[in-house]
Design a protein around this ligand. Structure first.
Ligand code: 4GY
Length: 250
């Protein structure tokens, strides 16, 4: 899969392609990550990429010409059928389902803004959609773009090794992940749940599923409302809730 990012801070965005799971995938040629800087398309001596807002007020707006030229140049390098997505608080909310949708595209062009925003007409002319990573205001679209790349890259076949691939099961099944433990068995009096030491794989699977259901029900009940529960899941969640009421479970 090919990611392009239009950004005034290419060095910031490129870091996502240098480390960890995404870095390894780029090295192995499973992913490509290119950046395009609108400043390289500015035509005046000062390489101006911003201008004062019509109507007045504080802050600056990203100019049309360099931004549009950068987007069009970046798009030239992406495969046919790629999507152009602007990162902005007014967009569709990014979640695992959107990540899975993007994974099936040949390429994704992410446009990260700075200043107070971009001239709205660039969005009108060039965007397939706007996407938000959550209800908070950031200084630019770079961190959202990096977040999207990370989440989508993990879904590209071959990017996660066998050791990692179980990890993604947790959210793909619509539940939060269960708690994890490693050595030592006791630390400051806190025990690892004994079932995890039992070697009983079926009991461990059920404990993990129950813990994932319980945690999701406790901190993100809305995630369960969006999802059908199997008979086993309903039974485990009911157990969790009953034990919780009597102070039994963790
Ligand atoms: N939240 N989700 C977000 C953001 C700020 C364009 C410069 C967000 O996606 N983007 O807060 N972006 C940007 C928006 C102009 C500031």
């Amino acid at each position: 899969m090919h990611f392009g990012v239009v950004t005034l801070f290419p060095e910031l965005v490129e870091q996502i392609g240098r480390f960890g799971v995404v870095g390894r995938a780029v090295e192995r040629g499973l992913l490509r990550l290119d950046t395009t800087d609108p400043r390289a398309f500015a035509t005046d001596v000062h390489r101006t990429v911003d201008d004062r807002p019509y109507g007045g007020g504080p802050g600056m707006v990203m100019k049309v010409a360099p931004l549009r030229s950068a987007i069009r140049a970046a798009r030239e390098t992406l495969p046919a059928g790629s999507r152009t997505v602007f990162l902005s608080p007014h967009g569709r909310v990014f979640d695992q389902a959107v990540a899975a949708e993007y994974r099936d595209l040949p390429g994704l062009l992410l446009v990260a803004g700075r200043y107070e925003g971009m001239d709205e007409r660039v969005f009108r002319m060039e965007a397939d959609e706007a996407l938000t990573v959550g209800d908070y205001v950031l200084s630019g679209g770079e961190l959202p773009a990096m977040l999207v790349i990370d989440a989508v890259a993990r879904l590209v076949p071959g990017v996660l090794g066998d050791a990692d691939s179980a990890v993604q099961d947790s959210f793909s099944n619509g539940l939060l992940d269960c708690p994890h433990y490693t050595r030592p068995e006791v630390i400051d009096g806190l025990q690892v749940p004994p079932v995890l030491l039992s070697g009983d794989h079926e009991a461990i699977r059920r404990w993990r599923l129950k813990a994932a259901l319980g945690r999701t029900w406790t901190v993100r009940p809305g995630l369960l409302a969006d999802r059908e529960l199997s008979a086993e899941e309903r039974e485990l969640l009911e157990e969790y809730i009953a034990e919780r009421a009597t102070g039994g479970a963790d």
